[in-house]
Design a protein around this ligand. Structure first.
Ligand SMILES: Nc1ncnc2c1ncn2[C@@H]1O[C@H](COP(=O)(O)OP(=O)(O)OP(=O)(O)O)[C@@H](O)[C@H]1O
Ligand SMILES: [Mg+2]
Length: 297
């Protein structure tokens, strides 16, 4: 197991007025620098977990009880003012729909500058430098022409990169990515996943990676949790969970992707400890996994 206390440890019940038990005793841990995959069918409660971790469930009319311990503090008990300090600086969220998450009326530079000013003080020159660095970190152009564009003037994949740049410009300890690639084509999906792996390695950002896509989860995650009907039914390394599934739902899931074994890095858990190896492994596995016939939807 990983040494030291976990970065995030949750033990949750959560629900909505008309669905009070959307999550039942969901218990998960994410360690520093770890990518934890969360897989489950539609409606199983994945986004409810993401929102509960951000302490944002109230905005959807939901309620959570129990613990969301982040660096030892229960976020469910933190006042909104404290959560605003944490969100975007220590914990960041990236959602499925890049076009819906950017402000259509503001140029990219203004949106990135706003994200920087939310948690940093400094001169205009420092702000410009931070914005340009953030764009470079996600492999986007950082020249004046590009930064003056509006969201409608860039591609969906570029928009998702901008959102990731905004989410990670303060080097958060934890990134919650709720189906960050499902609105994108297969090649762009692979690029965004590679970017998530790079940020994980470069900044040491831990990631809660929520996805329907078993192949991408197998390729980039150190551990995988399977959510079924609001309960975690299985959690372990991709090797354990995806090549020897124990729960009937996981078995069914895996049987739909017979080539999954090819996407699971061997002994990923051990490799994780020596960082650079993971990079090489993720890079080499990435393209083949995403181009496996049948994966293209
Ligand atoms: N605002 C809401 N009010 C009432 N019920 C909700 C609300 N949001 C979600 N639910 C219900 O809670 C359950 C879990 O929903 P959630 O959005 O967490 O699922 P999910 O696993 O993210 O699904 P998907 O893969 O489709 O995104 C579902 O039964 C859903 O209908
Ligand atoms: Mg969801």
């Amino acid at each position: 197991m990983m040494p030291g206390p976990p970065l995030l440890s949750i033990d949750l019940n959560a629900g909505y007025t008309n669905r009070p038990s959307a999550l039942r005793r969901v218990s998960l841990e994410i360690h520093h620098g770890e990518i934890l995959g969360l897989v489950g069918e539609s409606g199983s409660g994945k986004s409810t977990i993401a929102l509960a971790v951000m302490n944002l469930l109230g905005y959807k009319g939901g309620r959570a009880s129990g613990k969301v311990l982040f660096r030892g503090r229960n976020l469910l008990n933190e006042p909104e003012s404290r959560m605003r300090e944490l969100r975007g600086r220590d914990i960041a969220l990236v959602l499925q729909s890049p076009s819906g998450s950017l402000n259509p009326a503001l140029p990219l530079r203004a949106q990135l500058s706003e994200a920087w000013r939310a948690h940093a003080r400094g001169s205009k020159a420092e702000q410009r430098a931070a914005v340009e660095r953030a764009m470079r970190d996600v492999s986007l152009p950082n020249d004046e022409e590009f930064l003056r564009r509006y969201p409608a003037q860039i591609s969906l994949g570029q928009a998702q990169r901008v959102l990731i740049a905004m989410a990670t410009m303060h080097s958060p300890a934890l990134l919650v990515a709720d189906e960050p690639t499902s609105a994108l084509d297969v090649i762009t999906q692979a690029e965004i996943l590679k970017l998530i792996v790079q940020l994980n390695q470069g900044m040491g950002t831990a990631v809660l990676y929520i996805s329907h896509d078993l192949v991408s989860v197998a390729s980039i995650c150190h551990r995988v949790a399977i959510l079924y009907g609001g309960e975690i039914v299985e959690c372990g390394t991709p090797d354990q969970v995806l090549t020897c599934p124990s729960h009937p739902y996981t078995r069914q899931l895996v049987s739909c992707v017979p080539w999954i074994k090819a996407a699971v890095p061997p002994r990923r858990e051990e490799a994780r400890i020596s960082g650079p190896m993971v990079g090489a492994m993720a890079n080499s596995l990435f393209a083949p996994a995403s181009l496996i016939p049948g994966h293209i939807q």
